[in-house]
Design a protein around this ligand. Sequence first.
Ligand SMILES: [Zn+2]
Length: 429
Amino acid sequence: MTGAFFARQQYRERGTRFRLFPQAPVLASIGEPETVWIAHPPQSIAPGPADNRMYVVDAIGKQPYWDFPHLPPYRGPSHPPVLPGPDGHFDHLTDFSSRAFMAAHMYGTVRFVLDVWERYFGGPIRWHFAADYPRLELVPLVAWDNAHSGYGFIETGYSRRDEQAPEPQPFCLNFDVLAHELGHSFIYALLGTPPAQHTRAEYLAFHESASDCVAMIAALDFDSVVDRLLARTHGNIYLPNELNRIGELSETTQIRLASNALTLDDVPDLHTPVAQLSYPQRHHMSLPLTGAVFDMLVDVFQHLLVQDGLITSELDAMSRPEVRVADEAAVQMAFDRAYTGHHDDFKRALLDARDYMGKCLAMAWRSLKWDAGYSDVARALLEADARMFGGAGREIMLESLLWRGITFPFRSGQPAFRERADWVREMRR
Ligand SMILES: [Zn+2]
């Protein structure tokens, strides 16, 4: 069992309950929200909800923040803070269309994602705006068709992209969007913000990729997401599914696919001058890096399945994305057979792969500065794997990054291929 597993068990005993939608509630597959435990004892989360790191202000008729001087704290009219139930928990709110539920959902989601990632970072991440604001301001419902994070705040409006939807969908109920926006806050805090004249397209694209990775890894902390993912795919998770389709109804007009097949040759040049770069292009440029991380996660998962004797190395090899269409049915049949009666074993491998990837990303990001490019990210990932896992994932990382056209400086003296049994064991440290 991993350390992260024990941490989660402790939250269940001592934490505060919230009910969260792991994915946008408009998706057909999403029913009831899932109960989660935030790593703060009941009674310690104040009305708002609010704690020592963040607070919700349910502003009335607010326009989005932009630049100075339009920044927090919000001082206009607002709805009263949401109160906890008599036992200190916030899972007593049952009207999912109420403003009170939405305020609690926004706080609960951002707190949940912060809890998940602080476990990978090994401790708290200081806000990048800490010199001016001690706490992050969360505004759930602004009059806007977008969501963003900035200096001291995350605020969310409504999606209006689906003409068929009966009414605009509030982004404060969208886990991916909130997790993505908190991801931006991590990167601002860890890498710093470049001086305006030094901002590069690569930095902006990395921001988007890292924020999508924050959402993807955190989504795997929901039991319901992991159970549904495995029940639907039987472990063949290279197929399009809810995990690799990030930001449903998100800030961009198109859905971003973590399991995309894009290389750097397919997206705008990383050296494009920032002034010529649109928001959609910035997101597009992020996809090869996000795709590489998704491939690493799945590769590690499959290697753990091989290690555990749950799938054969032949199935591992033939299930890669480059597999011929004609083979897809055979691959799925093999996964169907392997998965039957082994849900818990598959789940353990997926959670171990998730924790491996989360720890590597967290350590890699910690070592980067605002002038980092994709090559620096690649090098930092390899170094994180080497330091924490003895180079266990080196071959997987090399393969995934190089296939995307992401190169990095090689060093002499690195270990070559190792026996799989050795290095796969390392990943479970
Ligand atoms: Zn973004």
